[in-house]
Design a protein around this ligand. Structure first.
Ligand SMILES: Cc1ncc(C[n+]2csc(CCOP(=O)(O)OP(=O)(O)O)c2C)c(N)n1
Length: 663
């Protein structure tokens, strides 16, 4: 049992490391770490089951600092608890180039940082995904292997963001009782008191969605302990509103927005040292306090060993399967299952929309890759994300493989990130491509973190037809391609669709978006090829009959237009090649020789895509012809729209011939 005096000094160690690091960096946020230090100290000394010496232990509790600006709270904890990645030098180098202690916590920089946070509210929704992943894996592997808590520390900002509503509604509905949200209820944000802009009763809001809630003094260790204890026994997710003082301990700045996001200043820090009776120099933690923290870091070593014993005692097959899934390796049988399916496609040549092709591919994949977790933001029948293998997950029954995310694109995307981050599962989820805008902040973070989240985005152009311009993506392909480390796949037919799915599954360190059509397409790949041609991002689909005078580049639904245009151009005496471009990002990853060969030497280059031109100059040059969209779409049947906007084989021929005439 930790005495009150000891608790206070341990919490003060967090406070001084945080304020001194922010002061040295001349930037950062001392207020949150100082205010939440008591909560964090109780959590990590009495409850968190984790092992700094084995930080990737699969069944560890997860802690998410959703209020990522308070990063020094997390870095202080990791240092104090003995995580090797965060040394005192890293603390001293807070926010400096090359340090692990980035401005906001970055996943992958140090063990113990479970997700990248900073954009407020994201971490909360990630935690929902982690807590869901925990239940899903528990249903598959039992309490012996998977049975842990997920804690998220959120601030006023996280709870004001709209994503928090999506996250809490989903968690409440699914009854994720092992999710515990610690709300740093300090009533202060950047502009000043939260009351300037918000008067929500947060507890009432959570309760309305099926949460257990409590209001607790966030500076009383016994009260904090009792609350977390109670939360752990709840049959519902719990939100504890801890009333705290931002910048607790700073004599003049505590309780004000002056403590939120700038160094306290030498004078205030000196006065805080005095007020809290802390005479250690900056970055020095008195040895007895450091020892206490390091001991706290060892508190779960026994549990970790017991878990390892249980894992070792598990039958070899289950153990092997658990370990494979946690490593994120795909089943060995996948390539042959896909090869068989591609052979079948070559025989049958089905004329289907790529959203249907995606469902067909998923039917093969889900049979083999049992760790996929599907879902959709209320567009299941449109996104074709549900297959025969994916039974619904329901409140309290997590044995299924399909999440009804509800009309919550942003929450879905961020929860999927949480599932991917947890490990052991591969999440994919659908909505309309145009609503990728609603999911984009989480899609960007998936890219920044380099994780395998798969976004299934159907209705990928004006080809969706009658729903009109509100639903027709125009700039979205370009906008998603603009995100670094994000693979945007736009397959042209069933063969390309399964190839792109395979690439998305194999992409352990980058998320993928599959842009899929609503409308039926002519297949363009008729022969079986074992090689995944989409893997190079762009490839020659059809060579020219003679030395090429024209190269046509196209993606997805416009490849069939390019194929038709090639036939017309060749009839008219212009040798033409067709390059299918399913993925810009993978094309850029090829070597120079390959890229040059694909761009080719034909004097005329034309690209066709039912979206905006941005990005295509990479293929056609600034003097190339682009057949696509220059503004918003319209409401009409798809074939009428293609004609109306001039995205036709005839238009391609006319553009190519106009240029041929000047070469
Ligand atoms: C999506 C998003 N919008 C805005 C910001 C900028 N921002 C960082 S912290 C903050 C205020 C957060 O207030 P609160 O959660 O109460 O944190 P505290 O003041 O208690 O540290 C804002 C607006 C952000 N990080 N993310």
């Amino acid at each position: 049992m930790i005495s009150r005096e000891k608790h206070d000094r341990m919490a003060n160690a967090i406070r001084f490391l945080s304020m001194d690091a922010v002061e040295k960096a001349k930037s950062g946020h001392p207020g949150l770490p100082m205010g939440a230090a008591d909560i964090a100290t109780v959590l990590f000394t009495r409850f968190m089951t984790h092992d700094p010496k084995n930080p990737h232990w699969a069944d560890r509790d997860r802690f998410v600092l959703s209020a990522g600006h308070g990063s020094m709270l997390l870095y202080s904890l990791l240092y104090l608890l003995g995580y090797e990645d965060i040394t005192i030098d890293e603390i001293k180098n807070f926010r400096q180039l090359g340090s692990r202690t980035a401005g906001h916590p970055e996943y992958g920089e140090a063990a113990g940082i479970e997700t990248t946070t900073g954009p407020l509210g994201q971490g909360f929704a990630n935690a929902v995904g982690m807590a869901l992943a925990e239940r899903l894996l528990n249903a598959r592997f039992g309490d012996d292997l998977v049975d842990h808590y997920t804690y998220a520390l959120v601030g006023d900002g996280c709870l004001m963001e709209g994503i928090s509503q999506e996250a809490l509604a989903l968690a409440g509905h699914l009854r994720l009782s092992k999710l515990i949200v610690l709300f740093d209820d300090n009533q202060i944000s950047i502009d000043g008191p939260v009351s300037l802009a918000d008067s929500t009763d947060q507890c009432a809001r959570f309760e309305a969605s099926g949460w257990n809630t409590m209001r607790v003094d966030g500076h009383d260790p016994d009260a904090i302990t009792a609350a977390i204890e109670e939360a752990r026994g709840s049959d519902r997710p719990t939100m504890i509103a801890f009333r705290t003082t931002i910048g607790w301990g700073a004599p003049t700045k505590a309780g004000t927005n002056k403590a939120h996001g700038s160094p306290l200043g030498a004078d205030e820090i000196a006065k805080t040292r005095e007020a809290l009776g802390w005479d250690a120099d900056p970055f020095v933690v008195p040895s007895d306090i450091l020892d206490d923290w390091r001991l706290a870091g060892l508190r779960s070593a026994k549990e970790r060993k017991a878990w390892e014993t249980r894992l070792a005692a598990t039958d070899a097959e289950t153990r092997g399967e658990f370990e494979r899934r946690m490593r994120g390796d795909l089943p060995e049988a996948l390539p042959s299952a896909i090869a068989e399916y591609k052979k079948k496609l070559a025989r049958e040549n089905p004329k289907v929309a790529t959203r249907n092709a995606s469902e067909m591919a998923l039917d093969v994949i889900n049979d083999c890759v049992v760790e996929t977790i599907g879902g959709s933001a209320d567009l299941t029948g449109s996104n074709n994300t549900k297959t025969s293998q994916t039974v619904d997950v329901t409140p309290g029954d997590y044995s299924g493989r399909y999440i009804r995310y509800g009309i919550r694109e942003h929450g879905m995307a961020a929860a999927m990130n949480g599932i991917a981050l947890h490990g052991g599962l591969i999440p994919y989820g659908g909505t309309f491509l145009t609503f990728s805008d609603y999911a984009r902040p989480a899609m960007r973070l998936a890219s920044l973190m380099g994780i395998r989240t798969i976004f299934v985005m159907t209705h990928d152009s004006i080809g969706l037809g009658e729903d009109g311009p509100t639903h027709q993506p125009v700039e979205h392909l370009a906008a998603l391609r603009a995100i670094p480390n994000h693979r945007v796949f736009r397959p042209a037919d069933p063969v390309e669709t399964v190839e792109c799915w395979q690439l998305a599954l194999e992409s352990k360190k980058a998320p993928s978006t599959l842009a899929l059509t609503r409308q039926k397409l002519e297949p363009v790949r008729h022969e079986y090829r074992e090689e995944n041609l989409c893997a190079r991002g762009a490839y020659e689909l059809l060579p020219a009959g003679d030395e090429a005078k024209v190269t046509l580049f196209a993606s997805g639904s416009e490849v069939e237009i390019a194929v038709a245009a090639k036939a017309l151009l060749e009839e008219r005496g212009h040798p033409t090649r067709v390059v299918s471009v399913p993925c810009f990002e993978l094309f850029e990853a090829q070597d120079e020789d390959y890229r040059e060969a694909i761009i080719g030497k034909a004097p005329v280059r034309v690209a066709v895509e039912a979206g905006i031109r941005q990005g295509w100059d990479r293929f056609i040059g600034s003097d190339g012809a682009f057949i696509g969209m220059t503004g918003f779409g319209a409401s009409a049947p798809a074939p009428d729209l293609y004609k109306h906007f001039g995205i036709t084989a005839e238009a391609v021929v006319a553009a190519a011939e106009a240029r041929l005439a000047t070469t």
